[in-house]
Every structure is written in C-alpha cells, then in structure tokens.
Ligand binder design. Structure first.
Ligand SMILES: Cc1cc2nc3c(=O)[nH]c(=O)nc-3n(C[C@H](O)[C@H](O)[C@H](O)COP(=O)(O)OP(=O)(O)OC[C@H]3O[C@@H](n4cnc5c(N)ncnc54)[C@H](O)[C@@H]3O)c2cc1C
Length: 98
C-alpha cells in the first residue's frame, strides 16, 4: 500500500476541541436522514401536539429530538403508530379537539 498512499485523506487539522468541531462541521452530514426540524421539546409537546395551535399533531421524522444514529424509516413508522394511539386515547377520554 505504501506505493499508493500519498498522505492523509479526510482528517481533522488537529485534535483540539475547536479543530474537531470544525472538522465535524465540514464533513458531517445526515446522509438520507434529515430529522428534528420540529423537535419534541422545542416545537412539539411529548404528545405530539403543537402548543398554541389547536387540532394539530405532528407525526413524522421532524419530531425526533436529535438526528438518530441509525436508520430513520422504522422509528418514523413507530412515531406514526404512537400518534394514532394518542389520538385514539384522546377520543376515548373526550379530550380530543382534532
Ligand atoms: C434516498 C433515500 C434513501 C433512504 N433509505 C433509507 C433506508 O434504507 N432505511 C431507512 O430507515 N431510512 C431511509 N431513508 C430515510 C426515510 O425514507 C425517511 O427518514 C422517512 O421516509 C421520513 O418519513 P417522513 O414521514 O418524516 O417524511 P417523508 O417520507 O419525506 O414524507 C413526507 C410526505 O409529505 C408530503 N408533503 C410534503 N409537502 C407537502 C405539502 N405541502 N402538502 C402535502 N403533502 C406534502 C411528501 O410528498 C411526502 O409524501 C432514506 C431516505 C432517502 C431520501
């Protein structure tokens, strides 16, 4: 391999916190998994309602608190299933306004 290796490929400039953070900002990406633009705790409540807005729940990858480490499809389906349960529960208890 020595014959074909010409130097470092994609590495941080150094090992300080600033250099590591700059490297993460430069090369980090969500791949095909963008999430969290409407995250629980910031925009959406834990029951997926939107405080201040009536008759609205958000049930997709946007509610994930942070970009998760693994694939997003199955967790997104799980969020949808949970939303269905929450809506059914709200209707059963008469709390639904949706
Ligand atoms: C190329 C690619 C490959 C992927 N591969 C995998 C994989 O192998 N495994 C995995 O777990 N995940 C994978 N993912 C990620 C996964 O597909 C997504 O995380 C997941 O589909 C997100 O679901 P969602 O419901 O949040 O959004 P989406 O699936 O994007 O659904 C949003 C829906 O809203 C609709 N919409 C948008 N705007 C409006 C509007 N104004 N009015 C009405 N409807 C609207 C869109 O048409 C779309 O149907 C991949 C993603 C991509 C792009």
């Amino acid at each position: 391999m020595k014959q074909v290796i010409t130097g470092d490929h994609v590495v941080p400039a150094g090992a300080t916190d600033e250099e590591l953070l700059a490297f993460a900002r430069r090369v980090g990406q969500t791949l095909y998994h963008p999430t969290s633009s409407c995250s629980i705790g910031h925009v959406v409540a834990p029951d997926l309602t939107v405080p201040g807005v009536e008759a609205l729940r958000v049930a997709d990858a946007s509610v994930m608190p942070t970009v998760i480490r693994g694939n997003t499809n199955a967790p997104t389906i799980m969020i949808g299933e949970k939303a269905a349960d929450l809506i059914k529960q709200a209707h059963a208890t008469g709390e639904a306004n949706e």
